[in-house]
Design a protein around this ligand. Structure first.
Ligand code: RB5
Length: 142
């Protein structure tokens, strides 16, 4: 079973809580890296911690949520080995796993309805990397 690292700033706090309930109910192991109450927070702090835990091998996949999903992705992608994608649709979520082996999904609470966000999370967690020619391209990125 995959281990998930999840975190948000204040802009993504409510969606994070909603997604955690889904992750928990689905039986995943996870760790919530905060924030733990809704207060203004600098998203790079949370993004860095989650991203570092993934490259260190403590977790398989990460989910980061802010208002737009963008600042979390920009920050996480600064860390070597991280392939963070912001997804607002099912197709991108699926392809980001199949072809890009994305290891962090970022979401925008101010962009997505809760149910769509859950569908995106569900498909992203349940789609595997295809490898093959796509692996060569991932290696080229690295
Ligand atoms: C916070 O207002 C907002 O800037 C943040 O949550 C995020 O959307 C940044 O990319």
């Amino acid at each position: 079973m995959k281990k998930i690292a999840i975190g948000s700033d204040h802009g993504g706090f409510e969606l994070k809580e909603y997604i955690i309930k889904f992750i928990k109910d689905s039986g995943y192991k996870y760790k919530d890296f905060g924030i733990y109450e809704k207060q203004p927070t600098d998203y790079p702090i949370i993004a860095k911690e989650v991203a570092q835990n993934i490259v260190d091998g403590n977790f398989n996949l990460g989910i980061l949520i802010c208002g737009s999903g963008l600042g979390m992705a920009i920050t996480a992608n600064k860390i070597k080995g991280i392939r963070a994608v912001t997804c607002s649709d099912i197709y991108s979520a699926k392809m980001s796993r199949m072809h890009n082996n994305a290891n962090i999904l970022t979401l925008g609470e101010r962009v997505l309805g809760k149910d769509l966000a859950l569908e995106i999370v569900n498909i992203w967690l349940n789609t595997e990397f295809e490898g093959g020619r796509h692996l060569n391209r991932i290696n080229m990125i690295e």
